[in-house]
Design a protein around this ligand. Structure first.
Ligand code: NOJ
Ligand code: CA
Length: 543
């Protein structure tokens, strides 16, 4: 397949940016309470600039009871004291932007916290009131409304409905929460809800943010008939078309109105949607020209370490995004999934594949996301003791799922004992494994073969080589198990995703190696699980 995303060329930074995801609780803790904070991020901006990222996306830092790591927002226009203050946010943003790093904040529109003043007043008000109409309250089924209104299930396990005390003699009322009970879903058919979120967008745009990551972007609108789920529509996993609460058509009206708000502001600002839908065609609808700019491509993340699967994910994303003129995005890990070193098999094998995978990802046209700690090759921490687990999934599934804490363990920065420089002392809200001492930023800075050096070198080469500026991708013939493509005449990427040593395609033999995921003896054959970037046709460094 050959594709051109945007032949006219596009100045928009997010079409090719490398965006670093900061999971704030676990990045850097300035005040020593064991929880990362805004001041901690500011203290590490030098690190991010040396790493060479274009932007940061910071996960929610708003006032929140933290029932779901801050994705339960009680006030959308303030900072939780545990993370700092609005002044500290402004200072961090100014310092980041001063270094040329853009700042994206997380917007959580599907649900508020149950501690949000709107939800409190909804509980205090009567069924049928305007206060309740901001959320999704319904009468239960069966005698007295004792059964939930339908069989919808929470993503975190259990029913998606929770009963509330009802006036004597009236049927039981329930409210909907697609996630935890502490995260009641808003009713997006209510114009007041829409006005409020446009005002929240403006609040952060007026402060100068460069963009928004939209949480659960596929969930806002529900089928008004609220039919029961049946076997066609799984409660978990990517949403197929027609699902009663994911990816409803009317959702796109919301994004059209948001786009109009964003476009009133200058300065090239962007949206990125988190939408777990089943096909790239569904995803492409979120990034039509008058909607959002980009959306995470989870097919790439979900693909196994297998050349055919990876290529299929790349092709389908590329084609469906090109059809609407949007740039694709690529992501290997985030705070909701098992870290990719572990997904790819863990240990040396996982690390070796992860090294090749990042060169693959960064060679693809489009934007790329790096989750904090990817650049250190951090594995999933699978053996956290039960008593420290905080993800609501763990409790709501009765322990059947251990949840997502294993990918959220605080970053090791330096030193010989916990918290390995995460904070000034030993405190960290999740314990770090002792092996992480060797994975710290300081240790890896000293080792030229480290994952950190690979990331720094790759980001530097991506900026320096003109070949990365094209928006096209052209596959070249290679052995089964090998991915081989040109970004332009100047730049070729080869990835051996097999378990065998494979010959390099003839046409690139003799090219100049820009970067390889492991040391290569020659350019005749590529060892298993390895990737290489080649300067072809005299197209080395420039610009
Ligand atoms: C997606 C977020 O990434 C995840 O961490 C959160 O639990 C859910 N949305 C609910 O807000
Ligand atoms: Ca702190």
């Amino acid at each position: 397949m050959t594709g051109r995303l945007n032949p006219a060329g596009h100045p928009s930074w997010w079409r090719h940016a490398v965006i670093y995801q900061i999971y704030i609780r676990s990045f850097a803790d300035a005040n020593g309470d064991g929880i990362g904070d805004l001041a901690g991020i500011e203290s590490r901006l030098g690190y991010l600039s040396d790493l060479g990222v274009d932007a940061v996306w910071i996960t929610p830092f708003y006032p929140s009871p933290q029932a779901d790591g801050g994705y339960d927002v009680a006030d959308y226009r303030a900072v939780d004291p545990v993370f700092g203050s609005l002044d500290e946010f402004d200072a961090l943003m100014a310092a980041a932007q001063g270094r040329g790093i853009k700042v994206i904040v997380d917007l959580v529109p599907n649900h508020t916290s149950s501690a949000h003043p709107w939800f409190r007043s909804a509980l205090a008000a009567a069924p049928g009131s305007s206060e309740r109409a901001r959320y999704i309250f319904r009468s239960g089924r069966g005698p007295g409304g004792a059964e939930p209104p339908n069989n919808w299930v929470s993503v975190f396990g259990g029913s998606a409905w929770t009963p509330v005390p009802s006036p004597r003699g009236q049927p039981q009322q329930w409210y909907l929460h697609l996630f935890a009970p502490e995260q009641p879903d808003l009713d997006w058919t209510n114009p007041e809800v829409r006005r409020e979120f446009e005002s929240i967008l403006r609040f952060w745009l007026d402060r100068g943010v460069d963009g928004f990551r939209i949480d659960v972007a596929h969930g806002l609108v529900k089928d008004p008939a609220m039919p029961d789920l049946d076997e066609r529509y799984p409660s978990r996993g990517p949403a197929p078309t027609g699902h009663p609460y994911w990816d409803q058509d009317e959702i796109h009206d919301v994004y059209r109105s948001w786009r109009a708000v964003l476009d009133e502001y200058g300065g090239n600002r962007m949206f990125v949607a988190e939408a777990w839908v089943a096909s790239t065609q569904q995803l492409a609808r979120y990034v039509r020209p008058d909607e959002l700019h980009t959306a995470f491509n989870f097919d790439f993340l979900r693909a196994a370490w297998d050349a055919d699967e990876l290529r299929a994910a790349i092709d389908s994303s590329f084609e469906s995004m090109a059809a609407v003129g949007a740039a694709p995005t690529w992501v290997l890990s985030n705070h909701d999934v098992v870290r990719h070193v572990s997904r790819y098999g863990g240990g040396e094998q996982g690390e070796r594949r992860a090294r090749a995978a990042v060169l693959l990802m960064l060679a693809l046209p489009g934007g790329a996301y790096v989750y904090q700690g990817d650049e250190l090759g951090l594995p999933e921490v699978a053996d956290l003791p039960d008593e420290v687990l905080q993800d609501p999934t763990f409790l709501r599934t009765g322990g059947a799922s251990r949840g997502r804490d294993g990918c959220r363990v605080p970053i090791p920065w330096s030193g010989d004992k916990p918290s390995y420089g995460f904070g000034p002392g030993a405190a960290s809200w999740l314990p770090q494994p002792p092996q992480w001492r060797e994975l710290s930023v300081t240790r890896q800075s000293e080792r030229s073969a480290s994952m950190l050096h690979l990331y720094r070198g790759a980001l530097e080469a991506r900026r320096r080589h003109a070949g990365f500026r094209s928006e096209s991708l052209q596959w070249i013939d290679a052995e089964p198990g090998m991915l081989a493509f040109r970004r332009s005449e100047r730049l070729t990427c080869l990835v051996n995703a097999s378990e065998l040593t494979l010959p390099v395609p003839n046409e690139v033999r003799g090219a100049e190696v820009i970067l390889a995921s492991i040391p290569l003896r020659d350019l005749e054959r590529l060892p298993p699980a390895c990737a290489v970037w080649l300067a072809t046709a005299g197209g080395g460094a420039d610009g």
